[in-house]
Write a protein that binds this ligand. Sequence first.
Ligand SMILES: C[S@@+](CC[C@H](N)C(=O)[O-])C[C@H]1O[C@@H](n2cnc3c(N)ncnc32)[C@H](O)[C@@H]1O
Length: 293
Amino acid sequence: MSVRPMRGLRSAAIRAWLDHDLRSQAARALRRVPDRPRQIVRERLPAWAQRWVQRTRSYLIEPLDPRLLEPLATEPPERLADARFLTDELLPGLGLGGVDRGLYPPELLPYWDRGVLSIQFPNQFGPYLAALTRLDVVSYLELGVAYGGSFAATVELLRRFGLRRALAADLDPSMLWLYAACRPEVTLASVDSHTPAFGELLREHSPFDLVLIDADHSEAGVRADFEAVRPHARMIAFHDIAELNFPDVAKVWSELREQYADEYEFREFVEQYPGHRQHLGIGLAIRREPAGA
Ligand SMILES: C[S@@+](CC[C@H](N)C(=O)[O-])C[C@H]1O[C@@H](n2cnc3c(N)ncnc32)[C@H](O)[C@@H]1O
């Protein structure tokens, strides 16, 4: 039996829901709630109620809208491999996110709290993505996806360069449910990376050409995530290697650079916006080919 009519029906239902004014009104109202009441909700509600609020938000009100990613499907490949184009035009246009507005320099604020809500600086993420287009990434895991914007942008871009499957792992990856519903090659996993379930997940889905670690930012957390994914990945990226608020990530990154100098080539994407505090930063460890390979 053909499944096409079901797919067509499902996408039509999704499009209708995304366009429904009730949903956009609710999303707008939610965005207007000031920080203080948000904090009270976070502090006072029991864990089950917080989960319910988050689920309602991500399922009914603010799932990532796959249509926001259309430029990644339509731009010619040579533009998508161009770091300057990604940095100056495409990534800001897709939209930036994160709870802290102070993270972004003034020139990026018009793009903040919009679109796909990717928590990245375009001048780091652009050159990083452009480099990935030349590194034969067929399988991808992002550990720690938050709103899903960076994950979906990475997947949509790399699909144009041969990506075949992708896994989004997070304590709660539900913002991506709608995107995953439109992309059969994408799997979502609700998992704590510090539990045996993560090891099982890795065994089930590996090998990966690329894993991005952007989850628990403590020293022990980053190390444990690196050790967990290391046997399963050819390349391992770390987010926040230059982030002043997460010095542990920088510490682990520089230790790994020394410890594994023979095994990996290390690249850094840490450009900053002039006059702004030092933030974020992406490190990429690429496993060296064995001699004679
Ligand atoms: C900084 S956000 C990720 C941002 C995202 N990569 C981006 O660029 O937009 C960190 C995410 O890691 C998740 N996380 C934290 N600890 C985790 C753990 N132990 N296992 C899985 N996910 C975790 C959080 O739920 C959160 O969504």
